[in-house]
Design a protein around this ligand. Structure first.
Ligand SMILES: [Fe+2]
Length: 401
């Protein structure tokens, strides 16, 4: 019998309701009518990978997503295969070239596996594009309709950092499996007996790494072009170790459903993890995706059981009396967190539990974070130093420190 990990108020529901989102990711009330660029939520994270067939299987077998739609040569798409996978409210689309002349090949040659499109759900594509265009956005795809027997999807796309884009999607008049051109598809994969129905429920935040000196440019871009607001700010010593440092600012949509921390490297004695990313991704791009769960302990146990590796946290982190005093009472014994390497941070609003996996790509670029919030709306500022020291040990083992 499967159990629910990302618990919802209605356990059978696949997609979290508003109340669940308040708890899981800190959703807030927002007057969309007064917002020049209202964003409802995430539509999809679209990946380009070297082998979509295998990545889709990996996301199903290890991370518990379920295949729900497909496009490829069998459906008339001779350029590439695209697999649409879901976990709760999270939709990933993984695409890989079939035709050696596909434009995906050149993208993958340059960047390796990564996220090409952070697609957002908006109620009014044209209104968003009008606002974005007059505030300096580069419009990559003009607003247009795509129609099939399931209805009509209206979308458009604007450029953001590096080769990353935001497709803006209004699917309110559509009830097909994903987009016109896709067919509903299940895989033959069967979850192990006793494994959770899903490991995570929602996207909490997506982090972008940008070049030295460019963070404020992109913060300003999200404020001016997309009406996002500043959420928090970590600079300098907050996230510096002896060897590496970074600066980070967070912007969020009005309802806080979409949160984008933006990192840039800061000068330090050795190369930071951001420098390493920028070198191997060949420029700015998505660094990590934070996945919200309401049971991070079971999530970590399940993922470890599938061979997913997480960053090690030193025992000293848990034994540090200052940290113990700061985190106070949390829902699980500290020993249980220590056994799994789960980090804790607390602020005036509450606390959060988080853990970071190692890059899931060959290049040291993209990774996942699991996050379980208990009131805190932060991003684990107090953990950054302990975390970066752990990352540096990994960098050193790859000869990149
Ligand atoms: Fe994060």
């Amino acid at each position: 019998m499967s159990t629910e990990v990302g618990v919802t108020s209605t356990p059978a529901a696949a997609t979290p309701e508003t109340e669940d989102l308040r708890r899981l990711i800190g959703l807030v009330e927002h007057d969309a009518a007064a917002d020049p660029f209202p964003v409802t939520g995430w539509d999809a994270l679209v990946w380009t990978v070297g082998n979509a067939t295998q990545t889709a299987h990996f996301l199903e077998s290890a991370f518990g997503l379920r295949l729900e739609a497909y496009s490829g040569p069998e459906t008339g798409n001779r350029d590439h295969k695209a697999f649409v996978l879901r976990s709760g409210g999270v939709r990933f689309v993984v695409r890989g070239a079939v035709d050696p002349a596909s434009p995906l090949v050149a993208h993958h040659d340059l960047h390796g596996d990564g996220i090409v499109d952070i697609a957002l759900e908006v109620p009014d594509v044209d209104r968003c594009i009008d606002w974005a265009r007059t505030h300096g956005a580069q419009v990559l795809t003009e607003p247009h309709d795509e129609t099939d027997e399931f209805g009509t999807v209206r979308s458009a796309a604007i450029a953001t950092y590096g080769d990353t884009r935001h497709t803006l999607v209004d699917r309110s008049r559509y009830d097909g499996p994903y987009l016109p051109g896709f067919v509903a598809r299940r895989s033959r994969f069967e979850p192990r007996p006793g494994s959770p129905v899903r490991i995570f429920q929602a996207i909490d935040h997506v982090v972008g790494n940008v070049e030295l000196g460019r963070m404020d440019h992109w913060v300003e871009f999200y404020r001016r072009v997309m009406g996002f607001e500043n959420m928090a700010e970590f600079v300098g010593d907050d996230i510096a170790t002896d060897y590496s440092a970074l600066m980070s600012k967070v912007v969020a949509s009005g309802n806080h459903r979409v949160k984008f921390p933006l990192n840039e490297p800061a000068p330090s004695r050795k190369r930071s993890q951001i420098d390493e990313y920028l070198e191997f991704y060949r420029g700015p791009g998505v660094q990590h995706i934070a996945l919200a769960t309401s049971d991070i302990l079971t999530a970590v146990d399940t993922l470890r059981g599938e061979g997913i590796e997480f960053l090690d946290t030193p025992d000293s982190y848990y034994e540090d009396p200052e940290l113990r005093a700061r985190i106070g009472h949390v829902r699980a014994p500290v020993e249980e967190l220590q056994r799994r390497g789960i980090l804790v941070d607390r602020d005036e609003d509450g606390y959060l539990l988080q853990i970071f996996c190692k890059p899931i790509t060959d290049r040291p670029t993209v990774f996942f974070e699991l996050i379980e919030r208990h009131g805190s709306l932060g991003f684990g500022k107090g953990n950054f130093k302990a975390l970066f020291q752990a990352i540096e040990r990994e960098q050193e083992s790859r000869g990149n420190l």
